[in-house]
Design a protein around this ligand. Structure first.
Ligand code: MRU
Length: 333
């Protein structure tokens, strides 16, 4: 991922393994501070996932893979380490996929660090393929909308929903992106807008509540990421995704989901079976640590919602763009 700094451009991944430690960009501090956390224990890695220093389903998966590598290097009990990591965030399927993938590699006697690095590289390669398959959907002059952050920060590098935009931009297409701010944690405003502007892609932040206005007036295409896709194509993504899909359907705007196979969970037949993470109400009542809501008021904070498959025009995957009833071709874990 390209990052513009005062000292020039740098190229950085969201998370990597170096000198026996997991390194990750602290995404809670972006866009104004680029700080890298270093961890040598899988429990620190689990805390970082829970506290959302790293977030986005595929990046959570890669981070957990690195966490398993640390557990192995430190001689920790691998089943317990797997539970420590899996108990951090319940909705993102990549987390479970990655930990099981690492356990399988370790049981085969493969090198822990090399395996975790292969897992992360594999995810980035899948994102590049998603970019190649998705780019033709974006035309010169297109007005695209996205939600939350499904960019390089969410996937180690490249992104899922942002991958077709990066590729289309590299192909010289000119287009515009509406970035919805994504309350309560504002991943759209803080992370997606930062990534797109680093890449030189024209965009504007809109408040979440302005989505309907722009979908009716201007948007040609919506691309979002996913945290878990059920066998029938219902999928969970950041809260606020569902209403965009309903609006897209109402105003005949094509609605696409970009995700790698590691997000597809064929063990769940439908979206109702997806566990939705409920986070602390303080994320809603407070902004940047400042209480905005009246003292004592209750707040509800589901982190994700489920969009039914019937509202999805296609899933942009590393195997191509699939209709919901073609998802079985992904195979799954
Ligand atoms: O709570 P977050 O920030 O981890 O949620 C992230 C999202 O909902 C993304 O859209 C999803 O993980 C896809 S990331 C490529």
């Amino acid at each position: 991922m390209k990052v513009l700094t005062d000292d020039g451009n740098i190229d950085i991944e969201a998370v990597w393994f170096e000198d026996g430690m997991v390194h990750m960009v602290d995404q809670r501090l972006l866009p104004h501070n680029l700080e890298v956390l270093e961890m040598d224990d899988h429990l620190q890695v689990a805390d970082a996932i829970r506290e959302m220093a790293v977030r986005g389903a595929p990046a959570i998966g890669a981070t957990a893979a690195y966490g398993m590598a640390l557990a192995s290097l430190n001689g920790a009990n691998l089943d317990e380490a797997a539970m420590d990591l899996k108990s951090t965030r319940p909705t993102a399927f990549d987390l479970f996929h990655a930990v099981d993938w690492m356990i399988e590699a370790l049981l085969k006697g493969e090198d822990a660090v090399r395996s975790s690095r292969s897992y992360a590289s594999m995810i980035v390669e899948k994102c590049r393929a998603i970019g190649r398959y998705g780019a033709p959907l974006i035309k010169n002059g297109s007005k695209v909308m996205t939600h939350c952050n499904a960019g390089a920060l969410a996937t180690v590098d490249v992104g899922t929903a942002l991958a077709p935009m990066r590729e289309a931009h590299d192909q010289g297409k000119e287009f515009f992106v509406f970035v919805s701010e994504t309350r309560p944690r504002m991943q759209g405003m803080m992370l997606t807008a930062w990534e797109l502007s680093n890449e030189g892609i024209d965009c504007a932040i809109i408040s979440d509540g302005a989505s309907g206005h722009f979908i009716r007036e201007s948007v040609d295409l919506i691309i979002v990421g996913a945290d878990r896709i059920a066998a029938n194509g219902d999928f969970a993504n950041k809260i606020g995704t569902f209403e965009k899909a309903v609006l897209a359907d109402r105003f005949s705007v094509p609605f696409y989901v970009a995700a790698p196979v590691s997000t597809y969970d064929p063990s769940l037949s439908q979206g109702d079976d997806i566990i939705i993470e409920q986070r602390d109400g303080e994320e809603v009542t407070h902004i940047m640590g400042n209480r905005i809501a009246p003292i004592g008021i209750k707040a509800l904070n589901p982190s994700f919602d489920v969009t039914p498959a019937e509202l999805v025009d296609g899933f942009i995957t590393e195997l191509g763009v699939l209709k919901p009833d073609e998802l079985h071709r992904l195979g799954g874990v």
